[in-house]
Write a protein that binds this ligand. Structure first.
Ligand code: HEC
Length: 184
């Protein structure tokens, strides 16, 4: 009986301690404040196993298709490159956790895992759920492209980018030069 009483007492003290800590505001939520390595390990490991489990039963369509990869590349340029970068382009800074270059994920994760993450996003990070506004077909095309990232160099990435329609830069290049010239 004494043991149970002590246990309940300790639990109550822990809960009160946690509440005091939460309401005191002393925890620094700044993105610039790195996580303790134990917190980081817990979050990373929870994420990895969660993604594995939730993507278990997803069936992958045929991804080895040039048109699909090309479509995926366009979506990647529109929706992913600003955060994740690409060959020759650094990922965005200032996030915690940081968005990684997806080359390693492309090698280490299954297509189903990449699909699940892109569709559903990741809680408590800046990774959005693209499934809200994009069809499964569009998301598979992005996965098909992401899977080719390990084979792309900055040059081949640029080439495939430029083989497409003209970009905004093509239209504004001249204007920007003029503007730069006018600045005194
Ligand atoms: C607003 C920024 C942002 C955008 C836009 C974004 N992501 Fe992310 N993404 C993140 C962040 C931040 C993480 C890291 C999450 C983590 O470490 O748990 C991430 C993680 C991922 C991961 C897991 C990587 C790994 O190694 O664990 C994949 C896969 C991914 N994103 C794919 C995509 C794709 C595909 C797109 C475009 C359709 C995209 N993301 C767009 C911010 C973004």
């Amino acid at each position: 009986m004494g043991f149970i009483r002590t246990l309940i007492f300790v639990i109550i003290i822990l809960i009160i301690g946690a509440l005091v800590f939460i309401y005191s505001g002393s925890y620094n939520v700044a993105a610039t404040n790195p996580d303790h390595f134990i917190v980081e390990w817990i979050l990373k490991t929870t994420k990895n196993y969660s993604v594995k489990k939730h993507s278990e039963n997803i069936e992958r369509p045929k991804l080895n298709d040039e048109t699909l990869v090309k479509q995926g590349h366009e979506h990647y340029e529109d929706m992913c490159v600003g955060c994740h970068g690409a060959p020759g382009k650094d990922p965005a800074e200032g996030f915690n956790p940081s968005p990684p270059l997806l080359k390693d994920a492309a090698e280490e994760m299954s297509s189903a895992e990449l699909f699940w993450i892109t569709k559903n996003g990741i809680k408590m990070t800046a990774m959005p759920a693209f499934g809200l506004f994009h069809s499964d077909e569009e998301i598979w095309s992005i996965v098909a492209f992401v899977k080719t990232l390990p084979d792309l160099t900055p040059e081949t990435y640029k080439d495939s980018e430029q083989s497409d329609q003209p970009t905004l830069e093509d239209f504004t290049e001249g204007e920007q030069d003029e503007e730069v010239g006018e600045v005194q």
